[in-house]
Write a protein that binds this ligand. Structure first.
Ligand SMILES: Nc1nc2c(c(=O)[nH]1)N[C@H]1C(S)=C(S)[C@@H](COP(=O)(O)OP(=O)(O)OC[C@H]3O[C@@H](n4cnc5c(=O)[nH]c(N)nc54)[C@H](O)[C@@H]3O)O[C@H]1N2
Ligand SMILES: Nc1nc2c(c(=O)[nH]1)N[C@H]1C(S)=C(S)[C@@H](COP(=O)(O)OP(=O)(O)OC[C@H]3O[C@@H](n4cnc5c(=O)[nH]c(N)nc54)[C@H](O)[C@@H]3O)O[C@H]1N2
Ligand SMILES: [Mo]
Length: 822
């Protein structure tokens, strides 16, 4: 089992960094972009300077982003669905929605099945025994005899999505926001009014978010709630709009794009599960059919993407007869996310682990559990340029890390790697741009690139399989490995492989005389991919990045013909260089831009034309009624997530697993609906949750500009600017526990304690929650026991092991502690 740094958040920007300058209203909620994305944040500054944009920040703390905002709203962590749900309610009740947009481009008119229900905080299909929703069949539309979903364009049918949504969010009132989030009604209304001002076609609003939304057991649903607001306002697909996930590590976007998650294949295809042994059935469940007449449902091409991937990986060994080597793919019995991996190690069910660019002892929740888990491995490989905490987990480090090496049998191998500055290749930004970068310096000492190390391991494994056989050697011995130097594939060779090529002369299926690509040529679009084994593509969404014309990612022409940031010749964006996803929705049904100032595309009578690349069928006449959301069978966006989410089709508020009240004010009488019923939680971890009676303070953890996680403390200048661990507490809490700035505090949770200096600040205010005064404690994450900065405790000594129901991302941002004078 290999563990690459798992992605702790997911998604991408629907728009892009430069486009933020086109916004009239910017909501930063669940992130601190000025601090964690300081380069990209300049586009917020541009919007304020040139567009008179209003910046609103909703964050438990007064952050560096808040310091330049027009308006900051302190809130309680883990309650954003209440706040956003109340915004939905506000927009619906006050009729602040873009009518033409929602009627034509969303599922509002769709009729939902009769047996779908929501009661006492739980949706139909819930099973207490299974601990979640084993049966989601009721979360679906009513289907007509013609095979299409039924709709009511008048939106009057009580079972249509619009009516159900209205009822669902009617419970989300400003009063509930005040009680649950601790946000007074006047502050809530100021935010609601600002957002509502973008419901008109001539105004745009954007939402920027990151970990303050993802690091919760309800993370994915919080993001959905934000997206629902953007849809109601007609802000998706337009310049200056969108849902913009600000990703973390410089290439974490590339990591998810290439499918480096336990359940993914490249290009957001998914691995089969254990029950999916039949190839055609596997394809059929993913190649979704249109749910309405004339819709594109682009995933219908799944087979072409999939077969092209298998031809890339296994070449001649992938044939029509063996279903393109479908048997070579592992079939998942369960998701193997980080929390699962730690649990399996902890149960002694894993022998070895490769931590590649991943300091898991520092970054994963519940350090004690991680230490015990690592101690049960036979071997651990750490691939990193630095001597990080994970590689030294077996060694005592005073009060910061107490272990007994005599009791740990794990053999640890450290393989020193290069880092980004010592290699060339492509990095994918949050904006989905693939940008080529060039090597800046030579690696020191014996450091070797990850590519060389992984190739070395692979080639030696292949030799052993060839020599000794084994249970199922085929996937290893038949893997395509056509690199000039097999010990050291180049980034160029890999980039070309991800793009894909023709394996035969490819002719236009509609015109047999028209040659599209000669055998061996690089392809220019994923529309050329075939399901008959005649094409390859290692990642279909990257098809177009390295064509016959060469490396598109290295392009550096920043010409912006219309001045709205559409620099189509700078780098290359997936898919097909489109810069704003769903840009068809920036035009009315006739194909005329809603706002000519912000034109992205328009219909000229025969085709759709830019300044952006149409995210649509380029020659599809508007009168055919094809919707803008071409990846969905509906062709329109979903308010009602049919079957897609783990805990229900409409986002609902559930409390964090360590809950400062002991109940969920939305459902005080139903303990089953206190916290997310479908969250990732193992029985043993449940026993390690603390109670509010013992741990009365709400903790959240976050970053500082001066450090990058746990490795810049190895760099002298960073270690000088932020030398020592600290804990931020508000003035009222400081008074309560009797400490002044600079004194040491002990912060404990059910899982352990840390001791650090107190920073007493006005930036964190106490909140009134359900009539009780509550305090938030701020924990910067950057310190540990290796490096040049002053040694400190790992923050994840304190955090609970529990994850989001959909992404399994740990709940790092909301847990309970007790602060005392040390
Ligand atoms: N300098 C620097 N930059 C970085 C990084 C770094 O380590 N250093 N790390 C990178 C990585 S990997 C990532 S993922 C990104 C993360 O980028 P961000 O998500 O912006 O970073 P964080 O500081 O973890 O958290 C953001 C904010 O969320 C707030 N918050 C906590 N809980 C809640 C909540 O329930 N609701 C709301 N509305 N807000 C909440 C916190 O107070 C905090 O201000 O940054 C990247 N950029
Ligand atoms: N409590 C709490 N915990 C958190 C978070 C939080 O907000 N609160 N944030 C979470 C998030 S969003 C993230 S992303 C994680 C971060 O967790 P990690 O990814 O484990 O943290 P980093 O310190 O960035 O570790 C990356 C390592 O990669 C090494 N490295 C750099 N370049 C290369 C290379 O080219 N090859 C190899 N092999 N290694 C390289 C670096 O030296 C570094 O040690 O932490 C998570 N943990
Ligand atoms: Mo991250």
């Amino acid at each position: 089992m290999a563990g690459l740094a798992p992605t702790f958040g997911r998604g991408a920007m629907t728009n892009h960094w430069v486009d933020i300058k086109n916004a009239d209203v910017i909501l930063v909620m669940g992130g601190n972009a000025a601090e964690a994305h300081p380069c990209g944040f300049k586009w917020v500054t541009e919007a304020k300077a040139h567009n008179k944009a209003r910046l609103i920040v909703v964050d438990p703390r007064f952050t560096r982003t808040a310091s330049v905002a027009d308006f900051h709203v302190p809130t309680r962590t883990g309650t954003d669905i209440v706040f956003l749900g109340a915004i939905i309610n506000y927009l619906l009740v006050n009729d602040k929605i873009q009518h033409e947009y929602v009627r034509n481009y969303t599922d509002m008119p769709f009729i939902v099945r009769d047996d779908f229900a929501f009661k006492d905080g739980l949706f139909s299909g819930y099973s207490e025994k299974a601990g979640g929703y084993p049966d989601k069949s009721t979360w679906d539309y009513e289907m007509g005899s013609d095979g299409y979903a039924k709709i009511d364009p008048t939106l009057q049918d009580p079972r249509c999505v619009y009516q159900l949504m209205k009822t669902h969010y009617s419970r989300y009132t400003p009063e509930m926001v005040e009680r649950i989030c601790g946000v007074p009604s006047d502050k809530f209304h100021k935010v609601a009014e600002a957002l509502a001002s973008t419901a008109t076609p001539d105004r745009a609003g954007t939402i920027l978010y990151a970990l303050g939304w993802t690091h919760h057991s309800t993370g994915a649903q919080t993001i959905r709630t934000g997206a629902m607001i953007q849809l109601l306002l007609g802000n998706m697909g337009i310049a200056g709009g969108g849902m913009n996930a600000l990703r973390g590590h410089s290439n974490i976007q590339g990591l998810t794009d290439l499918g480096l998650m336990s359940n993914l294949l490249p290009g957001y295809m998914t691995l089969p599960n254990e029950k999916e042994q039949d190839f055609d059935a596997y394809i059929a469940t993913r190649a979704t059919k249109p749910l309405r007449p004339n819709q594109l449902s682009y995933w219908k091409n799944y087979r072409s993407f999939h077969v092209s991937l298998m031809k890339t990986w296994w070449g001649d060994a992938a044939t029509a007869e063996n279903n393109w080597a479908f048997d070579y793919l592992p079939k998942l019995d369960k998701p193997y996310d980080l929390l699962q991996a730690i649990e399996l190690m902890h149960q002694g069910k894993m022998n070895g682990y490769i931590a590649q660019g991943f300091n898991m002892l520092a970054s994963a929740p519940n350090k004690q559990k991680v230490t015990e888990a690592l101690s049960k491995l036979k071997w651990l490989v750490v691939m990193d340029p630095l001597a990080v905490e994970t590689a030294e987990f077996w060694k005592p480090h005073g009060e910061f890390h107490e272990v007994d090496p005599a009791k740990i049998q794990t053999e640890v191998f450290r393989l020193p790697t290069t880092c980004f500055a010592e290699e060339r290749g492509s990095l994918v930004s949050s904006a989905r741009w693939l940008q080529w970068h060039w090597q800046g310096s030579e690696p020191p000492g014996q450091a070797r690139s990850d590519l060389d190390i992984m190739s070395g391991i692979f080639l030696r494994m292949r030799t052993m399989y060839k020599r000794d056989g084994g249970k199922f050697p085929d996937p290893i011995v038949n893997l395509t490995w056509n690199y000039a130097n097999s010990e050291s594939p180049t980034p160029e060779e890999l980039a070309k492989e991800f793009n894909g090529k023709a394996l035969v002369d490819l002719y236009d299926p509609k015109d047999a005389t028209k040659l599209l690509a000669k055998k061996g040529e690089q392809l220019s679009s994923f529309s050329m991919l075939r399901d008959d084994g005649s094409t390859t593509s290692g990642c279909w969404i990257f098809c177009g990045a390295w064509t016959q014309a060469g490396n598109q990612m290295g392009r550096r022409d920043n010409t912006d013909p219309t001045g709205i940031g559409q620099t189509l010749n700078w780098a290359w964006a997936w898919p097909l260089n489109r810069r704003v996803l769903y840009n068809r929705a920036s035009c009315d049904v006739k194909g005329k831009p809603f706002d000519p100032k912000r034109k992205l595309i328009a219909w000229n009578g025969t085709t759709w034309n830019g300044p952006d690349i149409p995210d649509f069928k380029a020659d599809e006449p508007p009168e055919n009624g094809m919707g803008p959301f071409i990846m969905l069978g509906e062709g329109v966006a979903r308010f009602f997530a049919r079957g897609a989410m783990a805990e229900g089709p409409f986002p609902e508020h559930y409390e964090p697993f360590e809950n400062p009240l002991g109940y969920n004010p939305m459902h005080p009488k139903n303990p089953l609906a206190t916290s997310n019923p479908a969250a990732r939680v193992f029985p043993q971890d449940r026993a390690q949750f603390g109670k509010h009676e013992d741990f009365p303070h709400i903790a959240t953890s976050y970053r500082l500009t001066e450090h990058f996680h746990y490795w810049t403390k190895h760099a002298k200048l960073n270690a000088i600017v932020q030398p020592e661990q600290f804990v931020e507490i508000g003035e009222e809490l400081a008074k309560e526990v009797g400490v002044v700035a600079g004194e040491r505090v002990r912060v404990s949770s059910k899982r352990g304690h840390i001791i650090a200096k107190a920073v007493v600040t006005k930036r964190i205010k106490s909140l009134m929650i359900e009539g009780k005064k509550m305090h938030t404690v701020g924990l910067p994450i950057h310190w540990g026991f290796t490096g040049l900065a002053k040694p400190g405790y790992l923050i994840n000594t304190l955090t609970p092991s529990v994850g989001d129901a959909n992404s399994q991302t740990p709940e790092f941002k909301s847990f309970l502690v007790k602060v005392e004078k040390a």
